[in-house]
Design a protein. Structure first.
Length: 283
């Protein structure tokens, strides 16, 4: 595996949680942990700037030491750069295996309050990005991944299977399908028969989509769930029992990264899921 696990750090409770999650992820993957502190520092001749700079560096050095003590043998490298945080994190993501960010939580019911930095980095990053809340580390439960059969996304499944294997955790694959178009005009009996046909077809496609991945990771216990409803709603519900939720973000190659946007499922997941959320680019 190439690259490192990169985590953004600014001393906030959210970034403390993110650095701890990232340290354990780096240990699982056998990778170096890079702790990145980025801020456009004021000029050194501004009153108080030297003191602020020394304080920030001391805070970073102290966190590096804490992480080495937390995970014995972990290689930790810290860096403080005078740059816009979004640009610095986007650049770091180009060579990272995983990028980890903290996110402020508003409680179980309301979920993430995703700041402007996290939103921008999520839109631009070319590697998987994991958002971690201050009060929500990984609990017991499956790694859960949302799968859209209409848009096969091998990188999303690869990340989810690997995450489950690294944790010796079960993997729950959730595919959400909407009611067939036009069923609002049919009788209940006709709707039931039509949905049964659609469901059988979707289940066969789901089984086929996972067949090769099951063969590559026989050590992972996989549960495949076919759920009727709206994907954004159902995946947030599924995250309630997950230790990690994995969703995809489609890349638009003809569009500059600056203009990429999150899809509705990823948007709902990062704002409302309580567990850590991995957003994996694909396409």
């Amino acid at each position: 595996m190439t690259g490192s696990v990169v985590v953004g750090f600014d001393g906030s409770p959210e970034s403390l949680a993110a650095t701890e999650w990232a340290a354990r992820e780096a240990e699982r993957r056998g990778l170096r942990l890079d702790v990145l502190q980025a801020w456009p520092w004021p000029k050194r001749d501004v009153v108080g700037s030297d003191q602020s700079h020394r304080h920030a560096l001391a805070r970073l050095t102290g966190r590096e030491a804490e992480l080495r003590a937390l995970v014995t043998g972990l290689e930790v490298a810290g860096s403080a750069v005078s740059a816009d945080p979004v640009e610095a994190l986007e650049e770091a993501a180009r060579s990272a295996a995983v990028l980890v960010l903290g996110s402020r939580g508003l409680g179980t019911l309301r979920g993430f309050l995703v700041g402007s930095v996290s939103q921008e980095v999520l839109r631009r990053a070319v590697c998987p990005v994991v958002l971690v809340r201050a009060e929500a580390g990984e609990a017991a439960g499956p790694v859960t991944v949302g799968l859209d059969l209409a848009r096969p996304a091998d990188p999303v499944l690869a990340f989810a299977f690997e995450a489950a294997a690294l944790r010796s955790a079960p993997l729950r694959v959730v595919h959400v399908w909407p009611p067939p178009a036009g069923t609002e005009h049919l009788s209940y009996g006709a709707i039931g028969g039509l949905e049964g046909e659609v469901s059988a077809h979707e289940r066969a496609d789901l089984s086929e989509a996972l067949e090769s991945w099951r063969a590559r990771h026989p050590e992972v216990q996989v549960t495949a769930d076919l759920v009727r409803g709206k994907a954004a709603v159902e995946l947030v519900d599924a995250a309630a029992t997950a230790r990690l939720l994995v969703v995809g973000r489609r890349l638009h190659h003809r569009m500059p990264l600056l203009h990429h946007h999150l899809g509705p499922v990823a948007h709902a997941a990062i704002h409302h899921a309580h567990c850590p959320v991995a957003v994996v680019p694909y396409g």
